[in-house]
Design a protein around this ligand. Structure first.
Ligand SMILES: O=C(O)CCC(=O)C(=O)O
Ligand SMILES: [Fe+2]
Length: 309
């Protein structure tokens, strides 16, 4: 199974001669594959390398320095997530990756601010410039994601602006994943990140170019998907699958981990908390925030502990 390869110069320009053909590729990616790649966006490979380097320098800090911004102390996805803090597959062990999360922070007087998706960020004191580089990247990938949503809307037969008013105050999460070399003690149930489908709508993934990501295709089992910095790997999540009534599919993927360390940077893009993501014609509303919460509670070891108390 080939993963469709899209070029932003065609896909983001409705006047481009290859625009319609690009939309057809997105339709195929959305309906049949769940994954595609995207090159030639507004972000150069140097921009992405700088971001990867920032995360790398953070992850190389001693564990007790990183623990100063440990997200387990907050109950929100903000700051550092230690190895084994997430279990994305209940049949596997918790993942051996570590993460750093940041997202949209709303001011306290915003009515949506009380939701965990808009919690204050927890920026580390070092590396210097971490906050500005990562926040700058957040803005850039937000813009790319909004352009992508126009294309996805059209690819599934909706007007281009279908999603436009639903992604202000997005529940967006920018994550750095650090996979150390696979631990010597790792066994069959240990993964960098175990098999899962993403929970939200759209994921834009940058990687350092090292192999590791595997995607479960319907025809050929697990296949590797690699991209050099500057090419994004795009995939779709469970919320968009529900919302589109199955016109977009969420495909399982995983990282087993190998002898080299690896860094990847997913940007998980989701609508505003109160957007109704029930499929068209459904009797009951389903709020985007509730859709996400149900999955988060299953995944975070610290939220499972909180739920028990
Ligand atoms: O590291 C990767 O390539 C994939 C990461 C991933 O699937 C995730 O963070 O949801
Ligand atoms: Fe994922």
């Amino acid at each position: 199974m080939n993963i469709p390869q899209l070029d932003a110069r065609c896909l983001f320009d409705s006047e481009h001669p290859d625009y319609q053909a690009s939309l057809a590729q997105v339709r195929f990616a959305a309906q049949q594959v769940g994954f595609m790649t995207l090159t030639n966006t507004s972000m150069s490979s140097d921009d992405v390398l700088q971001v990867l380097d920032m995360y790398r320098r953070f992850f190389k800090l001693p564990a007790d320095t990183k623990a100063a911004c440990d997200m387990a102390k907050t109950g929100s996805n903000r700051g550092w997530g230690a190895p084994y803090a997430e279990q994305v597959d209940p049949d596997a062990n918790p993942d051996f990756k570590e993460v750093f999360d940041s997202g949209l922070e709303l001011s306290v007087d915003d009515p949506l601010a009380r939701h965990t998706y808009y919690a204050p960020n927890r920026w580390p004191d070092e590396p210097a410039d971490f906050h500005s580089v990562i926040s700058g990247y957040y803005q850039q990938v937000t813009n790319i994601s909004l352009s992508l949503l126009c294309a996805i809307a059209q690819a599934i037969g909706e007007p281009a602006d279908y999603f436009a008013d639903k992604f202000d105050k997005p529940m967006a999460l920018l994550r750095g994943n650090y996979y150390p070399p696979r631990p010597a003690s790792a066994a069959a149930k240990d993964f960098g990140i175990a098999s899962h489908t993403d929970y939200g709508c759209l994921t834009l993934l940058a990687t350092d170019g090292s192999p590791g990501l595997e995607v479960q295709t319907r025809q050929s089992g697990w296949v590797s998907v690699n991209a050099s910095p500057g090419t994004f790997i795009i995939n779709f999540g469970e919320m968009l699958q529900t919302w589109s009534d199955g016109k977009v599919v969420a495909t399982p993927h995983r990282v087993i981990g190998g002898e080299n360390e690896r860094i990847s940077v997913p940007f998980f893009f989701n609508p505003r908390h109160d957007v109704n993501v029930a499929p068209r014609g459904a009797d009951e509303k389903m709020l985007a925030g509730d859709h996400l919460s149900a999955r988060y509670d299953q995944t975070y070891v610290h939220r499972q502990t909180a739920a028990k108390h």
